[in-house]
Design a protein around this ligand. Structure first.
Ligand code: FES
Ligand code: FES
Length: 243
């Protein structure tokens, strides 16, 4: 089968087996960022962009992408570079195997939803499985990145003792009156806690809640994260689809 497509901005043409997947084709063409974890549309590791939509390349027959534009991490380093350091700061790259797929889906998410809520982040990335991190570190990293991008950079807590909504509040600009009121309230609270018999230490730690993404299938055998579409007409962002 003759195939031609635009890969990372370059037109390429090749002869390939008719049953070859996009994943195998990309590896053949030296896109080694694209990983294979399951080969069954369940893990999200093989995510690439097909005509700007995230797809699971292990499930896309090569015949469906002729004439399309395909982007892998190799072609999107600059865009990924905007937030990749935040993932590293949070240790969200423990073994790194899942990271390229995560990064591709993050890029797709940020293009589609420039300022996602924590819930939208969890939902969009729920099809990308990671065996090492417990998912919280990725969410913290993205929250830090989004807050930093909004200009809340001063004293940004990359150790992320606080994150999510709390981080946003922490870096909001307070008037002098508000600042003084906040300090006196905190002092009052601290005095109250000190006197309490059974202080609930740690209860104030902000948690994302339900942060573990759905592990995979939704019953249809597809993942909940990347959209899978070859012709872009049936894409459903953030939802797996048939491929
Ligand atoms: S390798 Fe494609 S979804 Fe797992
Ligand atoms: S960092 Fe190891 S699988 Fe995600």
């Amino acid at each position: 089968m003759f195939i031609s497509l635009t890969l990372n901005g370059k037109m390429i043409a090749d002869l390939a087996d008719a049953d070859m997947t996009l994943y195998a084709f990309l590896r053949k063409h030296h896109c080694y960022s694209v990983k294979c974890g399951c080969e069954t549309s369940n893990c999200g590791l093989c995510t690439v962009l097909l005509n700007d939509k995230p797809v699971l390349s292990c499930s896309v027959p090569l015949g469906r992408v002729s004439g399309c534009r395909v982007d892998t991490l190799e072609g999107l380093e600059e865009e990924a570079g905007e937030f990749i350091g935040f993932l590293a700061e949070q240790g969200a790259d423990q073994c790194g195997f899942c990271n390229p797929g995560y990064v591709m889906n993050i890029i797709a998410m940020l293009r589609e939803i420039p300022d996602p809520s924590d819930e939208e982040i969890r939902q969009y990335l729920s099809g990308n499985l990671c065996r090492c991190t417990g998912y919280e570190s990725q969410t913290r990293a993205l929250r830090n990145f989004l807050n930093a991008r909004k200009g809340k950079t001063e004293g940004l807590d990359l150790d992320a003792k606080v994150y999510g909504e709390e981080l946003g509040k922490r870096f909001s600009v307070l008037s002098e009156d508000e600042l003084l009121r906040s300090i006196s309230e905190r002092a009052g609270n601290a005095a109250g806690s000190a006197g309490a018999e059974n202080p609930t230490a740690g209860a104030g730690t902000p948690m994302m809640g339900g942060g573990t993404p759905a592990s995979s299938a939704d019953g249809s055998g597809t993942t909940a994260g990347p959209a899978v579409c070859a012709d872009s007409s049936d894409s459903t962002s953030g939802k797996g689809a048939d491929a």
